[in-house]
Design a protein around this ligand. Structure first.
Ligand SMILES: Cc1cc2nc3c(=O)[nH]c(=O)nc-3n(C[C@H](O)[C@H](O)[C@H](O)COP(=O)(O)OP(=O)(O)OC[C@H]3O[C@@H](n4cnc5c(N)ncnc54)[C@H](O)[C@@H]3O)c2cc1C
Length: 170
């Protein structure tokens, strides 16, 4: 976070739009800042202490490659709520460390290569977009790559409703 200013990102966007023939005179821009932590930040993340806890975006639980945070927001809320209900708030931090942070750390450690890396003279990102547009099997592969999408599918099959039954009794 904080590596590139919003103004700089805006300049990059406008330059790209102009270079690619998009007209800006009547365009309306919308934006929203998402947390995008580095692997080291996830290593030392503090999500709770005496009298407070953070979940979802406020705790930085967003995939730094895809920007997805819905699953992590819902799951961290569940873990946090359960830890508070059983009066063991420290359990939230431990479960987050076991269940969610490894995926996010992995994504964070790959994100620099993903966004800045090159393959055959083009950026990895541009190559992937082109391949995804051309090939159904690459599209299938891409949709399976995101842990958040996978998790949302599991949730969509009804496991949100069954979560209280799956919680341990202690
Ligand atoms: C344009 C866009 C597209 C996205 N697409 C996807 C996607 O496809 N898949 C995906 O997984 N994720 C996506 N995300 C990310 C996802 O939306 C967030 O990670 C997720 O909503 C985080 O949930 P949250 O509950 O932590 O925070 P939020 O959804 O931001 O909820 C926080 C709430 O707190 C309220 N609030 C803030 N301050 C106060 C205050 N002082 N008092 C009271 N209320 C307050 C806010 O109004 C808001 O309603 C997208 C995000 C954006 C911006």
């Amino acid at each position: 976070m904080g590596e590139t200013s919003t103004a700089e990102l805006r300049r990059v966007l406008e330059k790209w739009l102009e270079e690619n023939g998009f007209r800006l005179d009547e365009a309306r821009f919308y934006s929203h800042i998402l947390p995008s932590f580095r692997a080291q930040t996830f290593e030392t993340l503090e999500v709770s202490a005496e009298g407070w806890s953070m979940i979802g975006d406020s705790a930085g639980l967003v995939d730094p490659i895809t920007g997805e945070g819905l699953y992590y927001a819902l799951r961290s809320a569940e873990l946090c709520a359960h830890a508070l209900l059983v009066e063991r708030p420290e359990q939230y931090r431990a479960q987050l460390k076991d269940e969610i942070l490894p995926e996010l750390k992995l994504a964070a450690s790959l994100s620099q290569r993903f966004y800045r890396g090159q393959i055959f003279g083009d950026s990895i990102l541009e190559r992937m977009v082109a391949l995804t547009a051309q090939s159904a099997s690459i599209r299938d592969l891409m949709s399976d790559l995101s842990p958040a999408i996978r998790a949302i599918r599991i949730y969509a099959r009804g496991s949100i409703a069954s979560c209280p039954q799956r919680w341990p009794k202690d």
